[in-house]
Design a protein around this ligand. Structure first.
Ligand code: A3P
Length: 306
């Protein structure tokens, strides 16, 4: 089935989830062709607006810290994180030809990202023990508000139907028909896997990362099998990476203020407020009640809460 889209004219339901029709080809090609066959592959997975850009920056800096030890002269200062860590179904597979992913000039370990739910990942990504998956989750209210703003920034590029109202966005989000939604099913797929296979899937929360960025970066480095050494700790490497990737630093870089991405979008759309709880400025009491109730029902008994 097809429904009205958030950014483009329509979204399309496929294998239980919703996708902007424009990305369908990329979704199918990624599922069919991607081979997680390198021992060191890392897949970053998120719902849109969960903090993907931030996770990309941090992971890139961590994985390449020997190659780019100087955070004053770092690729992240001049290249947007979405170029350094491409999204498989959007940047790489949504093309006529199947891409050759054997080389990536920027990074020593293959580092990709995806918005696909766990159930839809290619078998090789799920089955290979060495392909590590990092999932970043954000509370549903901030995710919705961030997504609504984001889509309205993109809409003029793709539709002539004017702005998407918060009421319409809210209804579609609650019904599950937002890009890569239903939000809750997306989160739960990775959550369950992270409990069953903690060595394979790391589950991070945006809110915890904001509160304790350094501790979470250490967790991420440990999970990737490359903890910070005592020498690195003494040199303050983790602090440097944290500062490099912080919202204020990233947002004020020229490339992120005025550069453009692969689909022609302005890079600054990925850096809006970068805070926890901005939903309070937008959602009505009724909306909050409804969204909290759905979240409570969906996450009941799973051990997951915000
Ligand atoms: P807001 O719209 O609430 O500001 P994604 O990267 O998945 O598209 O998510 C974008 C959201 O992450 C936006 O949220 C954006 O401001 C926030 N964000 C981007 N870079 C960040 C960073 N370095 N630190 C914290 N939040 C960041």
């Amino acid at each position: 089935p097809t429904q009205r889209g958030w950014v483009h004219e329509t979204i399309h339901q496929y294998q239980g989830f919703w996708f902007e029709t424009l990305f369908m080809q990329g979704v199918v090609a990624f599922q069919k062709h991607f081979q997680a066959d390198h021992d060191t592959d890392i897949l970053l997975a998120t719902n849109p607006k969960a903090g993907t850009t931030w996770l990309k920056a941090i992971s890139f800096a961590l994985v390449n810290r020997l190659r780019y030890p100087d955070t004053q002269r770092h690729p992240l200062l001049t290249v947007n994180p979405h170029i350094l860590v491409p999204t498989l179904e959007i940047d790489l597979y949504n093309k006529r030809e199947v891409p050759d992913l054997t080389t990536n000039s920027f990074t020593s370990r293959r580092l990709f990202s995806t918005h696909l739910p766990y159930s839809m990942l290619p078998i090789s990504a799920k089955n290979s023990t060495n392909c590590k998956i990092v999932y970043l989750c954000r509370n549903p209210k901030d995710t919705l508000v961030s997504f609504w703003h984001f889509c309205n920034r993109l809409r003029p590029m793709s539709t002539s139907t004017g702005a998407l109202s918060l009421e319409d966005a809210f209804d579609m989000f609650c019904r599950g028909s937002s890009g890569f939604g239903p939000y809750w099913d997306h989160v739960l797929g990775y959550w369950k896997e992270s409990i069953e296979k903690p060595e394979k899937v790391l589950f991070l929360k945006y809110e915890e990362m904001k509160e304790q960025p350094i501790a979470n970066m250490r967790r991420l480095a440990d999970f990737l099998g490359w903890p910070f050494s005592p020498e690195e700790e003494a040199k303050g490497v983790v602090n440097d990476i944290s500062k490099l990737c912080s919202f204020n630093n990233m947002r004020n870089l020229e490339v992120n203020k005025s550069g453009k991405g692969s689909l022609g979008q302005e890079n600054n759309i990925y850096f809006r407020r970068g805070q926890v709880g901005d939903w309070m400025n937008y959602l009505t009491a009724e909306m909050i009640k409804k969204l909290d109730r759905i979240t409570e029902e969906k996450f009941h008994g799973t051990g997951l809460r915000f």
